[in-house]
Design a protein around this ligand. Sequence first.
Ligand code: NAI
Ligand code: MG
Length: 362
Amino acid sequence: MSAKLIAVLPGDGIGPEIMAEAVKVLQALDLDLQLETAPVGGAAYEASGHPLPDTTLNLAKKADAVLFGAVGDWKYDKLERALRPEQAILGLRKHLGLFANFRPALCYEQLTHASSLKPELVAGLDILILRELTGDIYFGTPRGRRTAVDGHFPGAEEAFDTMRYSRPEIERIAHLAFQAARKRRGKVTSVDKANVLETSQLWKDVVTEVHQQYADVQLDHMYVDNAAMQLVKAPKAFDVIVTGNLFGDILSDEAAMLTGSIGMLPSASLDKNGKGLYEPSHGSAPDIAGKGVANPLATILSAAMMLRYTLNQPAQADRIEAAVQAVLAQGLRTGDIWSEGTTKVGTREMGDAVVGMIKTTP
Ligand code: NAI
Ligand code: MG
């Protein structure tokens, strides 16, 4: 097998610091990987005048997978929209056709205190939110502003968006949900608002049809308002949640808070061939950039997701995840997850500890 090409895009703020640790972890595994680094976001704007230069985009297109740090800084707030660092991640999603966003919410035993819920509700929590990322009301047309000709206030200024989903868009995300559930606890909850919305009715019909090919997986349907309640009432009742772009945006942030620590949360965005972009769920944290205190675990765990979902190396992904658990069990903590009685460490020490654990366990 020839080496797999990984585009490494550190970005801004804490991006380079956390990426350095994830790269160390990947290099500690016995894998044939070719890691190629390129600038993105504000760093790329400084170097070339554009947040997503062609050379970076072409590397991302050519690569088998993309490992992304974070982009953005307040100092770019005054730039015109097209040149802002955040355009880089939007551009990558669009150009790579990344329609499936996987966001696991996992509550490590040692960190249950960090959750805003009671420890018994979140201890052992392991759910996966699968959000459709390129359709729905965020991209639906027509949209705009106009003068109302009907409705409650004819003649008034009004704005409108369009919620849209096509059958193939729903089919492809449904397949991924059932396939993911198969590798987990075998349960999918499809979230919609089918009692009110036309798009949701199609969503529900199509997910139900696709389910016929996955008889070994259990499927439930839930309205989004109820799902928002159940996520804080009994989150462990879920396994895989699959939903559209708008509902997924909100529910995935809600689920993230159940685990209490943004520095721990990885994510994956996949295209139709299983190629993906992997990144921590947090941003560039300019407030702590350059201080060596950022938590690198979300990025390290994103690298593990890359091995599992795109590079077909589940055993190596397990190794990283087990090493992270073991380091937490030893009591090592970066500032964001620190609590009384544990040992505070910096970004590099945390990365070194994970590497050390990988090297000493087969
Ligand atoms: P943020 O996630 O960067 O930071 C929120 C808070 O969490 C801050 O107090 C930060 O110090 C802390 N934090 C984040 N990651 C951490 C880590 N690994 N370890 C320890 N603490 C951590 O979100 P914020 O402040 O809203 O945005 C900062 C910049 O990041 C903005 O320019 C924003 O546009 C950008 N951003 C970029 C994203 C991306 O690259 N995909 C996603 C979200 C925000
Ligand atoms: Mg959001």
